[in-house]
Design a binder for this molecule. Sequence first.
Ligand code: SAM
Length: 289
Amino acid sequence: MFWGSDFAFPIDEHKTMLQDSQRLAAYKKSMKDKVDGKTIIDVGAGTGILSLNALELGAKEAFALEEDFSTYNFVNELIDFPIKDKRLHMINASSFDFNHPITPDLVVSELIGAVGPEEGIVEAFFDLKEKYSSIREFIPTKLDVCYSFFHSDTVESDFESTYQVFSSSLPYLTTENKKELFELMYGQKFLFTEFKEKYVAIEEGICVGYDLGISQCSNFRVSLQIPNKANTLSLFFKVTLDQDQQIILSNCPGSSLHWRTPYLRIPKGKNKAIIEYKHKNNFFFIEWK
Ligand SMILES: C[S@@+](CC[C@H](N)C(=O)[O-])C[C@H]1O[C@@H](n2cnc3c(N)ncnc32)[C@H](O)[C@@H]1O
C-alpha cells in the first residue's frame, strides 16, 4: 500500500465525473456495438470506468492507461472485479510512453478539457494511431471548439462587484485609468459557470474542429468579430462520440454535464477577439482589439 498526494487530478474530480450519468450513458451507448471481441486502449483511465464498461459490453481486453501514480494506485488497490483477472490491464503510464506489443482495435478516452483540447486528446490519439496501425476506431471521433457571443446582466454585475472589491481593498491601484486597465486584465481571465440564468445568444460558431486520430496538433488561432451588444464570449466543446448515431456531448451554455462553461467578459469598446491556444504550454492567449 502506497499513500501519495493527489495534486495531479484530485479524487473529488473523479467523483464528479462518476456522478455525471449523462456523460457515462453517452459513452456506453457509443461503445455498445463496437467493442465486442475487441482490444481497447482507454487513455487517461482514471477510475477505469470506461474500461469496465467496455469489458461489460464484451471487449476482449482493455488496456487502461493512467499517468498519475496516485490515481492509478488508489484505483488499482480498490478494484476487485472478476474482470480484473485477465481482461483488464491497469497500467501506470502516459499514453505517450506506452509501447506494449499489442494489436488494439479501438481507443476510447475522455481527455476533454472545459474548452476542449487542454487535456491533450488530439495529440494522444494521433500518437497512438502512429504507433498502432491496427487501430480502426476512436471514441470520440471529433472535437469542435465552439464559441457563443451573448449579453448577460449577471456577467456585468459580477464584473462591477469584483472591481469594487479590488478598488477598495487595494489602495495602490491609483492610476487614472485603473478601471480600463482592470477591465482589460479581467477580460484575459476565464470564468466558469453553469449558465443557469437567462441569456440571449447573439452569434454562435466553431473556432476549430479536430478529426481525432488524424489531426496532429491542437494549436489554433482565430480572430472573431464581436457583434454589437455582446458583453460575453463563451468557449466550449462539442464532442462527437458516434457520428452515425449522433451521440454528442457539449458543455454549451445551459448544458447539464459536469463541465461548467468557460466564458470571458468582453472589455467595453472592443470589436475583435483573437484567441490563441498553444498545446505545448497548455496556454490560452486572449487579445481584445
Ligand atoms: C478527465 S479524467 C478521465 C477519467 C476516466 N476516463 C473517466 O472517464 O472518468 C482524465 C485522466 O487522464 C489522465 N491522463 C491525462 N493524460 C494522459 C495520458 N496521455 N496518458 C495517460 N493518462 C493520462 C489524468 O491523470 C486523469 O486521471
